[in-house]
Write a protein that binds this ligand. Structure first.
Ligand SMILES: Nc1ncnc2c1ncn2[C@@H]1O[C@H](COP(=O)(O)OP(=O)(O)OP(=O)(O)O)[C@@H](O)[C@H]1O
Ligand SMILES: [Mg+2]
Length: 624
């Protein structure tokens, strides 16, 4: 094979943007070693020149004048494309310097400088509303910090907290959207082609867009995306489906494919384990273990963090500190540092109190020099108050306006097909007042489908697009349902404050009651005047609980309520559900919750639904 001339050919093709040897490029790989160091004046250009001469005699490639540190490819059109200064094995760090972010009087973090080193896997931790998603958006550039700067690699793969954002798109398109410039060019091209008549300007623009699409490997995008999806176990028949039709486990895989599309140097994942069953979480853990770029993952799942991460960046006390090790290591180190700091502070305060005592006693007397020197000492010792931790526990208590009748619910022969796939096959049961039923089973087993079926004739809560294929549902006397759907964020309207939104659910209630409920759920003072649109994932869930505390239904139907919640809130919810006197239907993968709340289980298995009339402990005993 005539390597030189073939490569020269390739380099003349307009779709080639990056020269590569040890340099990272898109298509070619040169075996000749490049020994210069980026940043060393002259070396880079001259090494490049030499290599060019050896490998590409006569190619349409040249470097800029030697004074320039950045060589380039000159395209047939005359356009100059600078070469990317990144070594193949030298992925670039993500680093932030002196970054500050605050909303109103709430400081999320101040003057933070952190570097995320390639090859390490970071957990980004902190309670709900501490600023994890905000920090991640600053890292990706989606949000500008109020102060400070960020250095990031050219390509980052991102999985956002809102896993429902792409529900209206095809799976394959969702993956391709991972390459933003490409997706924008494809969309613009489609828009131009839709016009009834094309102007000259349109024609010109189409030419430019084809250039971008070529540069971004757009002509192989669908097949590249399909290969990625296959690798993540998403079968081909799903590629054309809408994201909204997928269940949690599949959705996360597609969003991961999106993040990986375009070969990013770093992966940033915001709560990737939400909506995943245990098997899928284990799969994700293995997958991330073998990822060799920089990983930053936000999660409230302790086990997941401990298994995956090598370092932990914790947001608390208005700053971000990086600890070595997983979540548990971080908690241990943090507690130690904190208690040393607190005991030093206590000693200092004791000393200040003694000095002040002396000053008070002798200020008016004759020992003025001693008093002055002690005053100075006090000034020196006076410490700023330690920043307060933002870890706090909400107080959740669900009451009922009045109890329902004894026979809460009766349903028969629930049957539901999705295409050829029968998810429910004649499920029949009765539910009595006060029962707490946990629905457990793998992703896609039909848990949400059962809940949707039960709500399919209930005014105000029925999903309009959902239709049962067969079966009948009867709700008993005085049944009042409080529903917490999987996508609870979508039930919170934008354009209102938190307090206004809550008040709408019971306009008769007094402002004090509204403020009281908000306060116990950690929206005190200014937090209650926050716009609903600004809420973090966990805050949305907390606000949805506020609504149930206010409206006091006698049946609670919860679909994975602990996703997005921090440990404190999950605990508070656990206790509230145990104490609740009404009836509960709860879908969750959280075994502690199942263990402590359930009085009855619906276990979704390959061969149907097992209706087990007893707690989890008993069920486990029977099945082991
Ligand atoms: N535009 C805004 N205006 C006012 N406050 C905002 C705005 N955007 C975010 N916030 C607030 O900043 C805080 C941090 O939000 P962020 O989404 O980063 O939290 P988080 O740590 O990701 O929480 P969670 O664990 O619940 O997802 C929250 O209290 C949020 O309400
Ligand atoms: Mg978040």
């Amino acid at each position: 094979m005539n390597f030189a001339s073939e490569s020269a050919q390739k380099l003349r093709a307009p779709s080639i943007r990056h020269f590569s040897g040890e340099w990272v490029g898109k298509q070619e790989t040169l075996s000749a070693p490049l020994t210069g160091q980026y940043g060393q004046s002259g070396t880079f250009s001259s090494t490049y020149e030499k290599l060019k001469e050896q490998k590409f005699p006569g190619a349409a490639v040249c470097s800029r004048p030697k004074t320039s540190l950045q060589p380039s490819i000159i395209r047939p059109s005359g356009a100059v494309t600078p070469l990317r200064p990144a070594f193949r094995n030298q992925k670039r760090m993500i680093s932030v310097s002196n970054v500050t972010m605050r909303y109103g009087s709430k400081v999320l973090f101040e003057d933070v400088s952190v570097a995320f080193v390639p090859g390490r896997r970071y957990g980004l931790t902190g309670p709900n509303g501490s600023g994890k998603s905000t920090f991640m958006k600053i890292l990706t550039g989606e949000l500008e910090a109020q102060k400070g700067s960020v250095v990031r690699p050219r390509k980052l793969g991102v999985l956002r907290q809102d896993q429902f954002a792409f529900d209206a798109y095809r799976v394959i398109d969702t993956v391709i959207m991972g390459n933003k410039p490409l997706w924008a060019a494809l969309e613009e091209r489609d828009r131009i082609y839709e016009k009834p008549e094309l102007s000259d300007a349109d024609g010109m623009r189409l030419g430019e867009l084809e250039g971008i699409i070529g540069d971004e490997d757009g002509y192989t995008a669908e097949s590249d995306a399909a290969v990625l999806l296959d690798g993540l176990d998403i079968p081909e028949d799903i590629h054309e489906r809408k994201m909204g039709e997928l269940q949690g486990g599949q959705k996360v895989r597609v969003l991961l494919a999106q993040a990986l599309f375009g070969k990013p140097e770093a992966l940033l994942l915001d709560e990737p384990t939400n909506y995943l069953d245990l098997d899928s979480i284990h799969w994700l853990q293995d997958f991330l273990h073998s990822y060799d770029g920089t990983l930053i993952a936000i999660s409230h799942d302790r086990h997941f963090l401990n298994s995956v991460t090598t370092h932990t960046a914790d947001i608390d006390y208005q700053t971000i500190i990086v600890y070595t090790g997983g979540y548990d290591d971080m908690v241990m180190a943090k507690t130690q540092v904190r208690s040393t700091l607190e005991s030093q502070n206590a000693q200092r305060e004791k000393k200040i109190a003694q000095l002040n005592d002396f000053i008070a006693r002798f200020a008016a007397g004759t020992r003025s020099t001693q008093v002055t020197s002690r005053r100075k000492e006090v000034e020196r010792l006076q410490t700023n108050d330690l920043a307060r931790s933002n870890i706090a526990r909400p107080y959740i208590r669900f009451d009922q306006v009045r109890p329902s009748g004894k026979h809460v619910l009766e349903f028969k022969h629930l049957t539901k097909m999705y295409g050829d796939h029968k998810v429910l096959d004649g499920f029949t049961a009765n539910v009595l007042r006060g029962e707490k039923i946990c629905l457990m089973g793998r992703n896609g087993a039909g848990k949400t489908t059962v809940l949707k079926s039960l709500l399919s004739n209930y005014p105000g809560l029925a999903d309009k697009e959902f239709e049962l294929d067969n079966g009948a549902v009867f709700w008993g006397h005085e049944a009042q349902i409080g529903y917490f759907p999987q996508d609870v964020g979508a039930t919170i309207e934008h354009g209102l404050t938190v307090a206004e939104w809550l008040h709408r659910w019971n306009p008769q209630s007094h402002v004090e009651e509204i403020r009281g409920i908000l306060g116990q759920m950690l929206f005190s003072g200014e937090e209650g005047d926050k716009q609903t649109k600004a809420l973090s994932g966990g805050e949305q869930a907390r606000l949805a609980f506020c609504k149930l505390i206010l409206t006091k239904p006698n049946i609670l139907i919860f679909d994975e309520p602990t996703n997005h919640l921090d440990l404190e809130a999950i605990n508070a919810l656990n206790i509230a559900l145990q104490r609740y006197e009404g009836t509960v239907l709860l879908v969750t993968h959280d075994h502690d919750l199942i263990d402590e709340v359930a009085t009855r289980l619906w276990v979704f298995k390959e061969d149907g639904i097992e209706d087990f009339q007893g707690p989890y402990e008993e069920w486990k005993g029977k099945h082991n």
